[in-house]
Design a protein around this ligand. Structure first.
Ligand code: AMP
Length: 292
């Protein structure tokens, strides 16, 4: 990340960020990350980082000759971000090649599988069909499929390609955590209500639309509800706000909380995260702040 002209290196990525915040708030859940890294020092440091966050690294595969993808985030005065990527040849692109039946069988029906629009953009194009086959198998086994709509146009070769993959995601998902900003360029939805109406065309049990400091709109089993967000006065960096929200929301729902309770807990965590620079708030500070 670029911070007042200085480069700071850390490990992040939307699904990783969500996993970190889920695990921090809900220690009882075994939270595993599916990805591929290299055999180099940087990859080893990333695995050590996952260990520090108590994430399960059993499904972090090691590619023999590739390594981590790089990206850089620049943040403006209002906390808004812009991205640069060097990830065309990353090990993570090859993830699907590592996902065999042993893995599918290792998961339980009560598990959930969470992926994002960035996961879809990053995996090799010629492995996407296999990815959907795996998701179908997991769904048949009873796992819930959760999709975060994170849309980064520059990671896709064209809008049509992204649109097709997002349609697949919506057709498979049991829960989605989208924003208008992500789905507007793909499906023309102009506000949260239009987004929910559009997603109702699919068989999605739970839809939770995030909208920065504005109310969250949820639709669970067809019941629509608004949840007020208390705006944070001094936003430092919005990186990972949605990711933290997602991780904590999913953890709260898995531990039996209602949609409203889960939104409150998720919004509290996201509110803490945007008052810090970077995706991952230091552990002690985060834990203290969410209890305050
Ligand atoms: P976003 O991805 O920007 O829609 O934000 C995700 C979540 O982060 C929102 O649903 C809020 O819970 C929280 N959030 C984002 N911006 C703010 C803000 N300015 N004040 C308080 N909470 C925010």
């Amino acid at each position: 990340m670029l911070d007042n002209g200085d480069l700071r290196q850390s490990f992040a990525g939307d699904v990783y960020n969500s996993a970190v915040y889920l695990k921090r708030c809900f220690k009882q859940f075994d939270t595993a990350l599916f990805t591929a890294v290299g055999n180099d020092k940087l990859s080893q440091r990333m695995i050590a980082r996952l260990d520090e966050e108590n994430l399960n690294t059993e499904f972090v595969f090691k590619h023999p000759d590739k390594t981590l993808g790089l990206y850089m985030i620049e943040t403006d005065e209002s906390g808004e971000r812009s991205f640069s990527y060097w990830r065309n040849d990353s090990a993570a692109r090859k993830l699907v090649n590592f996902l065999d039946d042993t893995l599918v069988n290792a998961l339980n029906p009560e598990d959930v599988m969470f992926f994002s629009g960035i996961s879809l953009a990053v995996i090799d194009e010629d492995t996407r069909e296999r990815f959907w086959e795996i998701i179908d198998t997991l769904k048949d086994r009873g796992l819930k499929i959760i999709f975060d709509s994170n849309y980064r146009p520059r990671l896709w070769s064209c809008v049509q390609e992204a649109k097709y993959q997002y349609e697949q995601a919506l057709a498979h998902a049991d829960m989605i955590l989208p924003s208008v900003e992500d789905l507007q360029p793909l499906f023309g939805v102009g506000n949260p209500e239009e987004l929910v109406a559009f997603c109702r065309l699919y068989d999605i049990e739970e839809i939770v639309v995030k909208d920065g400091p504005n109310s969250v709109l949820s639709s669970y089993q067809g019941q629509q509800q608004y949840h007020q967000i208390i705006p944070v006065e001094k936003v430092i960096d919005t990186t990972s706000a949605g990711d933290a929200f997602n991780g904590v929301y999913v953890g709260a729902r898995l531990s039996g909380k209602s949609v409203d309770e889960a939104v409150k807990q998720a919004a509290c965590a996201a509110g803490v995260v945007i008052q810090f620079a970077g995706a991952i708030v230091p552990y002690d500070h985060f834990m203290k702040a969410i209890k305050a």
